[in-house]
Design a protein around this ligand. Structure first.
Ligand code: ATP
Ligand code: MG
Length: 724
C-alpha cells in the first residue's frame, strides 16, 4: 500500500493523526470513530513514510485477539514486514520481558503463570498456614487486596498500616502469599506487571536498552490503564520515545480493577508537548443507535466531552423487549437470531452481551434448543476443564460404549501404553467395517487381529471399562462418579502432577462429585432416562462441546466488558434490569453507577445495524424469584429511537406497559392455550403461575410455579389446568 492509499480512506482528523510529525499524541474520541483504525494506519505510516524499523515499534492492545488482528492488518498494509515488532497486551508484553530476562527478574527459568483460580487456592492455603479463619478473612477479599496493591505498584514493605490491625493482617497475608509464590516460582497476573516494572527499575542498563529500542510506542484503549501500567509506560517511553495513546474516557470500564481515567490527564502533563486530536465522526452505527448512546452517556458528569455524529441513516429503531422471565428473554433472542439467519444473515455478525457471566447459561440453552451455533468469549467454564472432561468421558463410555469421542479421549488417559500405531489399526478397522471404535476393538479381539502387546493393552482397556460399569452400576450417581475417578487411575494421574495446578484439578474432580450429588433430574423425565444419562446431557449442554468450532459461523456470547473494541451488525443486550444492570452494588455509589453507564454505552455502541435491549419482569437468581424494574438506562434513551415489543400471549404487569410510543406485538407460545404469567388452578397442587412452556400439540408442557407445591412441569393434555 503506498502513501496516498494509506491516507485515502480517512477523514481529515484521522489523516492528521496518521500523518502527524513524530511527536507525542493523544487521540481522544468516542466509540466507533476510528481510533483503532488510526492507530493501525499510524504504524504503517511510521514504517513506510518515516522508515521506522518494525523492531523499534511497540504497540499495546487490550486483548490478545486484538493484538493478533492488529498484527494481521499491519502485515497486510506493509506487505508482510512486521518482524521484530512487539504487539500485545500489557500483561503479554510483561510476560515476554520476564521470560527473556528471568535471571534479572529473580525468577526461575521455568516460572509458571498463576491464573485467578489458582491464585485464590494459594491464598486459601496461606490463610490456613497462618491459622487465619476464612470466615473472618475471606480469601476473595485477600486476593482482591493483594492484586489491588500490586496494581498500585506496592509491595508489603511499602504499605504503612498506621497501626491498623486489620490492615496489618492483610499485609501479613500478602507477604506470606508472595513468599509462597517466590518459593514455587509462581507469578500471578498483577505480579507480571509489577515485576516487569521492577525489572527495569533495578536494571538501568536493561531499561536503557529498551528505551533506545522502542522509539515508537502506541497504546489502544488507554482509558483503562491502571497505575502500574502507566508507570511502566512512563518509565519506558517518557524520555526518548514518541508515544501515541488512543482512548475514550466514556469507555473506561475497569475502574473496579484499578484503571484510572486520570491517566489521560497525567499523560498530557508527563509527556512533552503531547498533541490532542479529537475524532468526531462515527462510522460504525446507525443514527438511532448513536443518538441513543450519546443521550445515555450524557447523564454522566465530569466527562471530557465529545460530540459524535454520523452520516449514516437513522436505521431501524432500537427494539426494547419486555420479557416475562429470563427464559422468555432467552427464547425471544434466539427467535430473532433465527429470523436473522433465515434472512441470510451471517451468525458471525451477531452478538449477545450481558452484564455477568452467569447469565450465559440460560441463553446458551435457548440457542441450543434453536440449533444455533454459538461461541463464548472468556475463560473456561467448569464443564470445559480438562479433568472434568476426562472424568465425564469415562462416564460417557460406561454409559454408551459407542461414544467415539469419549473413547478417543480416554483410551490412553492415564497412559496405558496404547500407542498411535495400535490406535490407527482400531480406527482403520472401525472405518472399513463401518462400526464404532469400541465395536472395532471387540471385532479385532474376537478375530485375533491384534498382535502381542497391542492385543494385550486393548484387552485390558475393554476389561477396565466393563469392570468399572459392573462395579459401580448399583451406586448412587455421585458415588459412581467418585468410584470411576478413583478406579480409572484418573485421580492418581492428576495427583502425580503435583503443584497448584494439580491441586486445582483434584478440587475440580471433587467438585464434580458434589455436582452429581446436588443434581436433580427433572421429575417428569425421570422415567425416560437414567440419572447418569440426564447428568451427562446436562454437562454436555454446559460444556464447550456444544460450542461452535473455530471455523463455523456462530453467535458470539460475551460480557459487555469483553466486547470492548469489537463491532457486530446485530447486537442484543440481555438483563437490563435495576439490580442486574446497573448492578445492585453500583446503585449505591455515584462513581460506580457512572461506570455502569459507561459499560452500557460500550455495549450499545458495539451495534452497527440493529440493537435489541431486553429485560425480564421476573428472574430466578440464587434460587429465588426476583422482580426487578426495568433498568434506568432504558429510560435514559430517547423514546423516538425506540420501539417496544411485547408477546401477545404474555400476561403483563400493568406497571411496565406502554412506556414506549411504538409498540409491536409478536405471536408465540402456541398450542398450550396458556400464557406466560397466567394464573392457573390445578386440582392437586392448587393455584400457580405459568412460568415456561415447551413442545407443541399433544406434547406441549407448561411449567407452573404453585404457591404451595413449588414449581412443576405438567403435560397440558393431562394436567387439566384451569385458567383463573
Ligand atoms: P471503539 O471505541 O469501539 O474501540 P474505535 O474508535 O476504535 O471504536 P474503529 O473500530 O477503529 O473505532 O472503527 C469503527 C468502524 O468504523 C470500523 O469498522 C472502521 O473500519 C470504520 N471506519 C473508521 N474510520 C473510517 C473511515 N474514515 N471511513 C470508513 N470507515 C471507517
Ligand atoms: Mg477501538
Amino acid at each position: 500500500m503506498d502513501v496516498s492509499e494509506l491516507l485515502d480512506a480517512l477523514n481529515d482528523k484521522q489523516r492528521e493523526a496518521v500523518g502527524a510529525p513524530l511527536q507525542n499524541m493523544l487521540v481522544l474520541a468516542g466509540a466507533g470513530s476510528g481510533k483503532t483504525r488510526v492507530l493501525v494506519q499510524r504504524i504503517a505510516w511510521l514504517m513506510q513514510v518515516e522508515q521506522v524499523s518494525p523492531h523499534s515499534i511497540l504497540a499495546v492492545t487490550f486483548t490478545n485477539k486484538a493484538a493478533a488482528e492488529m498484527r494481521g492488518r499491519v502485515e497486510q498494509m506493509t506487505a508482510g514486514n512486521v518482524h521484530g515488532m512487539w504487539i500485545g497486551t500489557f500483561h503479554g508484553l510483561a510476560h515476554r520481558l520476564l521470560r527473556m530476562h528471568f535471571q534479572e527478574a529473580k525468577l526461575p527459568q521455568s516460572f509458571q503463570v498463576l491464573d485467578s483460580d489458582d491464585q485464590l487456592r494459594l491464598v486459601k492455603r496461606v490463610l490456613r498456614s497462618l491459622n487465619l479463619d476464612e470466615k473472618r478473612w475471606p480469601p476473595k477479599q485477600m486476593q482482591w487486596y493483594i492484586n489491588g496493591k500490586k496494581d498500585e505498584g506496592l509491595r508489603p514493605q511499602h504499605i504503612d498500616t498506621f497501626n491498623d490491625q486489620t490492615e496489618a493482617t492483610f499485609v501479613k497475608v500478602y507477604q506470606a502469599y508472595q513468599d509462597a509464590c517466590d518459593l514455587a516460582g509462581l507469578v500471578d497476573f498483577a505480579e507480571l506487571l509489577l515485576r516487569a516494572h521492577e525489572l527495569w527499575l533495578n536494571n538501568p542498563v536493561l531499561l536503557r536498552h529498551y528505551q533506545q529500542r522502542f522509539s515508537h510506542i502506541l497504546v489502544d484503549e488507554f482509558q483503562d490503564t491502571n497505575a502500574i501500567q502507566y508507570a511502566w509506560l512512563n518509565l519506558l517511553g517518557r524520555e526518548q520515545s514518541k508515544v501515541m495513546i488512543v482512548g475514550d474516557d466514556d469507555q473506561s470500564i475497569y475502574g473496579w480493577r484499578g484503571a484510572k481515567i486520570e491517566n489521560i490527564q497525567r499523560f498530557l502533563d508527563d509527556f512533552d508537548d503531547a498533541k490532542t486530536i479529537r475524532l468526531e465522526q462515527n462510522y460504525r452505527s446507525t443514527a438511532n443507535i448513536l443518538n441513543a448512546a450519546n443521550k445515555l452517556i450524557g447523564n454522566n458528569n465530569n466527562r471530557l466531552g465529545k460530540d459524535l455524529w454520523t452520516q449514516d441513516d437513522a436505521g431501524e429503531k432500537i427494539s426494547v423487549y419486555t420479557a416475562f422471565n429470563e427464559i422468555d428473554e432467552a427464547r425471544f433472542i434466539a427467535g430473532r437470531i433465527e429470523d436473522w439467519r433465515s434472512n441470510n444473515g451471517d451468525l458471525n455478525d451477531v452478538a449477545i452481551l450481558y452484564r455477568s457471566n452467569a447469565q450465559s447459561r440460560i441463553l446458551e440453552e435457548a440457542l441450543l434448543q434453536a440449533g444455533l451455533p454459538y461461541r463464548i468469549y472468556g475463560g473456561l467454564r467448569f464443564f470445559e476443564r480438562q479433568e472434568i472432561k476426562d472424568a465425564l468421558a469415562y462416564m460417557r463410555l460406561i454409559n454408551n460404549r459407542d461414544d467415539d469421542a469419549a473413547f478417543e479421549r480416554i483410551i490412553n488417559t492415564p497412559t496405558r501404553g496404547i500407542g498411535n500405531q495400535t490406535l490407527s489399526l482400531v480406527r482403520d478397522a472401525a472405518r472399513s467395517l463401518g462400526v464404532t471404535l469400541w465395536q472395532a476393538c471387540q471385532v479385532m479381539l474376537d478375530n485375533d487381529e491384534l498382535k502381542g502387546r497391542s492385543a494385550k493393552v486393548i484387552h485390558h482397556f475393554v476389561d477396565l471399562i466393563n469392570q468399572l460399569e459392573d462395579d459401580s452400576c448399583n451406586l448412587d450417581l455421585d458415588q459412581q462418579v467418585n468410584f470411576v475417578i478413583q478406579s480409572s487411575g484418573l485421580k492418581a494421574m492428576y495427583q502425580a502432577e503435583k503443584g497448584e495446578r494439580a491441586e486445582a484439578r483434584i478440587e475440580n474432580l471433587n467438585e464434580l462429585v458434589t455436582a452429581c450429588q446436588t443434581y436433580e433430574v427433572d421429575p417428569e423425565l425421570e422415567q425416560e432416562q437414567s440419572k447418569l444419562t440426564a447428568f451427562l446431557t446436562h454437562a454436555a449442554l454446559e460444556s464447550g462441546e456444544s460450542q461452535a468450532d473455530e471455523f463455523e459461523s456462530a453467535v458470539q456470547l460475551m460480557t459487555m466488558h469483553s466486547a470492548k473494541g469489537l463491532e457486530f451488525k446485530l447486537v442484543f443486550i440481555a438483563g437490563l434490569e435495576e439490580g442486574m444492570f446497573p448492578s445492585q452494588q453500583s446503585m449505591e455509589e455515584i462513581g460506580r453507577l457512572e461506570e455502569e453507564r459507561r459499560l452500557c454505552y460500550v455495549g450499545m455502541t458495539r451495534a452497527m445495524e440493529k440493537l435489541y435491549l431486553c429485560h425480564a419482569e421476573s428472574r430466578r437468581l440464587y434460587g429465588q424469584e426476583k422482580y426487578h424494574p426495568a433498568s434506568r438506562f432504558l429510560r435514559e434513551i430517547p423514546p423516538e429511537c425506540v420501539e417496544e415489543i411485547r408477546m401477545q400471549n404474555q400476561v403483563s404487569r400493568p406497571a411496565t406497559t406502554g412506556r414506549f410510543s411504538n409498540t409491536i406485538s409478536l405471536e408465540t407460545f402456541e398450542g398450550t392455550g396458556f400464557k406466560l404469567g397466567q394464573s392457573v388452578y390445578h386440582q392437586k397442587f392448587g393455584e400457580g403461575v405459568v412460568l415456561n412452556y415447551e413442545g407443541s400439540g399433544a406434547q406441549s408442557r407448561v411449567q407452573v410455579n404453585f404457591a404451595d407445591a413449588g414449581s412443576k412441569w405438567l403435560v397440558v393434555a393431562y394436567a387439566n389446568l384451569q385458567a383463573l
